[in-house]
Design a protein around this ligand. Structure first.
Ligand code: SAM
Length: 282
């Protein structure tokens, strides 16, 4: 791996350009990619799925940090020769899938046997969608995810009730995982620099018995509540209650939820209780 060209040389060597539509902003500083890979330690015996490797900075760091196997999923074929050059010096530890990560069945591609960790500097435009797919995967096939997002999205994942970033995403993610903010990565660390800063979040699935199982319904409930986050719950949840044949005030009262509350003050457990009582009434 030490004999590979540097990432900047790689970009020049293969004439790699940044396609805005695919959310391409590259990390060419291996100090930063090493820091991200270290969050996934220990990596011995682990199979890492890396989404959107681009020129392969994080890929190199994951291999260097001792991952037993790394499978990268990249949509843009311009990166394949640079990734192949890494695979050639990886002792068969690197596999490359060319495709859209949104439609690749990661669990099947990586196969059984080894714990799976997901690592990615995600394209901004599809990052949230990918996260929701992984949170709702049944069975939950991964043991840890180390993910870079636009900072504002990262804040929405880890936020607690009462914070301005508290959102539907926080409730869904924290109903399945522990979520923590690791560190910020300023826009200037990327080439080309995006308009906003980024941050890395670490997600670890809760023990199975503590995970909230009906994420689809919780997603629908929180979409209704946060779709109108300035409105009181008795207003924003009216269509949801009607759809499920619930008397809104009775339903909220049974779970000790004040109808004049706004969604940003309601704890995650209260949203879960409300969703659970709908599941039970069906
Ligand atoms: N990981 C590289 C780095 O840190 O330098 C590149 C990060 S760049 C923000 C996002 C990468 O995801 C690009 O390489 C882009 O081509 C790729 N990508 C975008 N959408 C994708 C998708 N749906 N499936 C797989 N890769 C995708």
């Amino acid at each position: 791996m030490d004999n590979l060209p540097t990432l900047s040389q790689t970009v020049r060597l293969y004439g790699l350009g940044a396609n805005k539509k695919l959310g391409q902003h590259f990390l060419l500083d291996m100090n930063v990619t090493d820091m991200i890979a270290r969050l996934a330690l220990p990596l011995e015996g682990v199979h890492v799925a890396e989404i959107g490797p681009g020129p392969g900075g994080l890929t190199r760091s994951l291999l260097k940090a001792g991952a037993e196997a790394v499978t990268v999923i990249e949509m843009d074929e311009q990166f394949l020769p640079a990734l192949k050059a890494i695979a050639d010096v990886s002792d068969n530890r690197l596999s490359i899938i060319k495709g859209d990560a949104l439609s690749v069945d990661i669990a099947t591609e990586l196969g059984p046997g080894k714990p799976i960790k997901i690592a990615a500097n995600l394209p901004y435009n599809v990052g949230t969608k990918m996260l929701i797919n992984w949170l709702t995967a049944d069975p939950l096939f991964w043991d840890q995810a180390v993910l870079m997002f636009q900072k504002e999205v990262a804040q929405r994942i880890v936020a607690a009730p009462g914070e301005s970033a508290y959102s539907r995403l926080a409730i869904l993610a924290q109903s399945v995982c522990t979520c923590r903010m690791a560190f910020d990565v300023p826009a200037k660390s990327f080439s080309p620099p995006p308009k906003v800063d980024s941050a890395v979040v670490v997600l670890e699935p809760l023990p199975e018995a503590e995970r909230f199982s009906n994420l689809k319904l919780l997603g629908e409930l929180t979409r209704a509540a946060f779709g109108q986050r300035r409105k009181m719950l008795r207003k924003s949840l009216k269509p949801f209650a009607k759809k499920y044949g619930l008397d809104l005030e009775t339903w909220l009262a049974a779970k000790a939820v004040n109808p004049t509350d706004r969604p940003e003050t309601l704890p995650i457990s209260a949203f879960q209780e409300l969703a659970k009582s709908v599941s039970l009434s069906k």
